[in-house]
Design a protein around this ligand. Structure first.
Ligand SMILES: Nc1nc2c([nH]c(=O)n2[C@H]2C[C@H](O)[C@@H](COP(=O)(O)OP(=O)(O)OP(=O)(O)O)O2)c(=O)[nH]1
Length: 140
C-alpha cells in the first residue's frame, strides 16, 4: 500500500483554530471532511519547509514555522493508502487567507472543534488540542 508523509498546520488567530473543509474526493472517507491545511512532503524537504510551501500554495499565506512548532504525529491506515501526518502549531497575527483548494472553512475555539466531521486521521490531533494548554491565553 502507498504511504505518504503529510504535514498539517494548526493555524491559530485570535485564539481560534482554522478548520478547512475538503471538496469532493474519489475517496469517500476524506471527501468533504474537515482537515488542517497542508499536504504531502516532497523528497528532500524538511517537514517545516513542506508546510510553509503548502500553506503558500493552498491558502496564499506566508507563515514562519520551525521544527520547534511541532505538535504531534499521527499514523493512519486508510483503505487505499496510509499517511504519517506531522502537525505544527502556527500562530498568526493576520487572520486573512485565500481559499484556493478547499470548499469551506471555520474558525473555532478549541472546545468547539469536535463538532465538525473531521478526516479520521485528524481526530487524535483534535482531541489533543481540546486538552492542550497550547491555545490558552489566546482568547479561546
Ligand atoms: N493536508 C491534510 N491532509 C490530510 C489531513 N488529514 C488527512 O487524512 N489527510 C490526508 C488527505 C490526503 O489524502 C493526504 C494529504 O495529501 P494532500 O492534501 O496533498 O491531498 P491530495 O491527495 O488531495 O493531494 P494531491 O496529491 O492530489 O495533490 O492526507 C489533514 O489534516 N491535512
Amino acid at each position: 500500500m502507498k504511504s505518504f508523509e503529510v504535514v498539517a498546520g494548526i493555524i491559530v488567530c485570535n485564539g481560534r483554530v482554522l478548520c478547512m473543509q475538503r471538496g469532493e474526493s474519489k475517496y469517500e472517507y476524506v471527501s468533504r471532511k474537515f482537515e488542517f491545511p497542508g499536504g504531502k512532503v516532497e523528497a528532500g524537504e524538511r517537514n517545516s519547509e513542506a508546510l510553509i510551501r503548502e500553506l503558500k500554495e493552498e491558502m496564499d499565506i506566508d507563515v514562519q514555522i520551525s521544527e520547534d512548532d511541532y505538535f504531534m504525529t499521527v499514523h493512519y491506515d486508510y483503505p487505499d493508502f496510509s499517511i504519517t501526518m506531522h502537525s505544527f502549531i502556527c500562530k498568526v497575527d493576520d487572520c486573512r487567507f485565500t481559499m484556493m483548494e478547499h470548499s469551506d472553512f471555520r474558525w473555532l475555539g478549541k472546545k468547539e472543534l469536535m463538532q465538525l466531521d473531521w478526516a479520521p486521521a485528524d481526530v487524535p490531533i483534535v482531541e489533543a488540542l481540546e486538552d492542550s494548554e497550547v491555545l490558552d491565553g489566546e482568547r479561546v
